[in-house]
Design a protein around this ligand. Sequence first.
Ligand code: NCD
Length: 382
Amino acid sequence: MNSKFLKSDHIKLYKRENSNYWQMKIKLPRQKSIRSSTGTKILKEAEKIALKYYSGLIKKNYINFKKSQPVFKKIHLVETADLNKKEIEYILNESKKYIKFNKSKIKKINILEGRTIFNLFFEDSTRTRTSFEVAAKRLGADIINVSVRDSSINKGETLLDTMTTINSMNPDILIVRHPEEGISKKISSIVEASVINAGDGSHEHPTQALLDALTIKNKFKKFSKLKIAICGDILHSRVARSNIIILSKLGAKINVIGPKEWLPKNIKKFPVNIFTEMKKGLYNCDVVMMLRIQKERIVGKIMPNQKSYFKKYGLDYNKLKYAKKNAFVMHPGPMNRGFEIDSKLADDVTRSLIQEQVAMGVAIRMACLEIIINNRDRFIND
Ligand code: NCD
């Protein structure tokens, strides 16, 4: 058969038996090939026609490709500092469909079928670990839970060795909680799997801040006029850090309130107003986010007396009156009831969004898993 290839095999010109006209076959990456007649018997003309047709297709395809590009293109989620406003909004929007889905009767789709996810928790957690597990299972993925007790860390193997071993099993995503700050980022640089930071020491907890933002968005629709107070043990709280970054990028005003010794030295570098008194800090706030006193991170330092701390900084109905009339209360859990928050207020569903936060956690984590897997397919698995 008479034939010729152009553009490194993307265009084939050929003649059919019993025809003198040149035919073209054009194949673009990841697309079905197109066959058509060039309408000419002259090879030089057929080449020109095919090349013109080919560049038209490339252009159209490029535009479509650009249109279908996600706003969030990363394959890891280790720091909120890495996210811009558009990316945060994109993740929040992608979570919306899962809020509805999680209320339906059958809570399972198989979009992550055949994908392997590891939950690697080197610090205690019930809420976050199960939230990721539920999210992964509802999307049809296989999830393997590794807790510190089963870990070879106890046998002297280093954490990074453990990660390399797990990486050899070809997982798609590793969800990592660990007391060391910055460890998720380190792991993401040595494994091929994607890494989601589920809390690294006092540093960051991106999915918690995203689920908090989603909870707030559901109540207020926008962030631009909101004033949000983040209160208590700011110094040791990864939740505070990630929330300050995410909520301020979304346009909310943030007040941080806590005893002086629990305000980080570099707090002035963050876009926040700083208070040491609840009365002043809560003034005109729409949301009051309480933090758990991180007892496990306050070692070798003096722990405040529960009664006197609660009197000054614990949130109860009386202190909540300093905020806006219908202000909402949030807490990432687990709570130290009677220490940083009044037990009755925490359970009061007319004021407290704490249960709502848990529900939003599953939706956010489903969206994050889906987005990250899609990005892997688009950008590295192809
Ligand atoms: C937070 C955490 O572990 O950082 N909790 C959570 O993710 N559910 C907050 C906390 O432990 O205080």
